[in-house]
Design a binder for this molecule. Structure first.
Ligand SMILES: *Cc1c(COP(=O)(O)O)cnc(C)c1O
Length: 401
């Protein structure tokens, strides 16, 4: 028996005629220049690639705010970068303290346990940021070798704003700090060296406004020292930082690099350098504040109190009597705007990462959300929502530039 070729539909018959505006929790829209770069394939080794890699590292040092000479790319999702940080820094038997605010910080705890760590989870109350005093107390109680934490918890839209103080508490006992900045890097300040972070993780498809599937990790000198002096052999081969160093610092072969993804990351980072971090942070803050004001203007409620609220992804309580799934389906079908549900919580989430933070995108999203709520039988004050959005945009004072 032979297997015959199946008859399938071509992508242009599957994809909608009008592309959906991706306003969920990632992936986010990518700039045209990033898309064009992602169409390029060159030799994965050789002089041209070396020059591109040098620039990716130089631009990453700026975006991560670090002098580190241990910045590595990963052919894989943000989770692969998380696993690379954890697997290389956690030696079996190490005490690890995982600050757990939700789904992704919980994933760091699970990865640490799989690496043979003795993991203590510090569970933070739902909807709240980690309290630095509570984390410091846990650090002194458990004496961890490694602490894991997220800067922004995408799953429930909580922001760990006390990160600098938490890093300081960990450093005071020589504990390495792994920070997941997948949804936050380049959308708000993160000073890797100044704060004393030992590993910063990012993915492509969120804060960086690049494609999914290619990620970056930056290690500090102290972290690298642990990596190069540990005596056991890593069970991961693809994620072994010492092997990855061959490609990223020695122009030689580890595995065939995701060439077109590296082109896309290069372009995404270049656009960040061109915009500058200060202007980018202001753009993100301005758009997110305006979006939040617009949502409240509609008469909807945000799911996290202002003090602990993440600006990169905004959580909104599903109005009473309404179904989360119905909202997502309606807004996508009738308004071509894609937003996200959540893992467990009765919220919908709207992203404010990279290209999502454009004035035309937030106006369209507020209109689409308000109209959807109305169509589904709820109440939403659209004129007020749009007015609040506009007012917030007009009154915004730059804070970074
Ligand atoms: C999305 C996300 C991840 C996981 O990224 P994937 O690319 O889906 O593996 C990890 N951490 C945070 C904070 C995220 O937002």
């Amino acid at each position: 028996m032979r297997i015959t070729a199946p008859t399938v539909d071509s992508l242009d018959t599957i994809l909608p005629e009008e592309p959906l505006l991706m306003m969920g929790a990632g992936p986010v829209p990518i700039p045209a220049k990033v898309a064009a770069a992602n169409g390029i394939v060159i030799n994965h080794l050789g002089e041209t690639m070396s020059r591109i890699i040098e620039q990716v590292k130089a631009m990453s040092r700026y975006v991560f705010q670090t002098d580190s000479s241990h910045i590595l790319g990963v052919a894989g999702p943000g989770s692969a970068a998380m696993e690379m940080a954890v697997a290389n820094l956690v030696v079996p038997g190490d005490n690890v303290l995982s600050v757990c605010n939700g789904f992704f910080s919980g994933r760091l705890a699970e990865m640490s346990a799989r690496c043979g760590a003795d993991v203590a989870r510090l569970e933070i109350e739902e909807g709240k940021a980690a309290d630095p005093d509570a984390v410091a107390a846990a650090i002194h109680e458990y004496r961890p070798k490694v602490l894991t934490i997220v800067q922004g918890e995408t799953s429930n839209t909580v922001y760990n704003h006390a990160l600098p103080a938490i890093c300081q508490a960990a450093k005071s006992i020589g504990c390495l700090v792994i920070v997941d900045a997948v949804c936050t890097l380049s959308t708000m300040p993160l000073h890797m060296d100044e704060w004393g972070v030992d590993a910063v993780i990012t993915g492509g498809q969120k804060g960086l406004s690049c494609i999914p599937g290619v990620s970056l990790v930056a290690f500090s000198e102290q972290a690298w020292n642990k990596i190069t002096t540990r005596e056991d052999t890593l069970r991961h081969w693809c994620l072994d930082a010492k092997l990855a160093d061959k490609f990223w610092y020695q122009s030689s072969y580890h595995y065939t690099a995701p060439v077109s993804g590296i082109m896309a990351i290069h372009e995404a980072l270049r656009l960040i350098c061109e915009e500058t971090l200060e202007a980018r942070f202001d753009r993100h803050l301005k758009c997110s504040m305006a979006l939040q004001a617009g949502i409240q203007g509609l008469g909807l409620s945000l799911s996290v109190e202002k003090a602990d609220r993440l600006n990169s992804v905004v959580g909104i309580w599903v109005p009473e009597g309404m179904e989360q799934k119905a909202i997502l389906a309606h807004i996508s079908r009738d308004y071509k705007v894609e937003i996200s549900g959540s893992f467990g919580l009765n919220i919908v989430r709207i992203g404010q990462m990279g290209e999502q933070c454009r004035v035309h995108n937030i106006f369209r999203t507020i209109h689409a959300l308000g109209s959807t709520i109305q169509r589904l039988g709820g109440t939403a004050d659209l004129p007020r929502g749009v007015a609040m959005l506009e007012k917030t945009l007009q009154e915004y004072q730059p804070q970074f530039g």
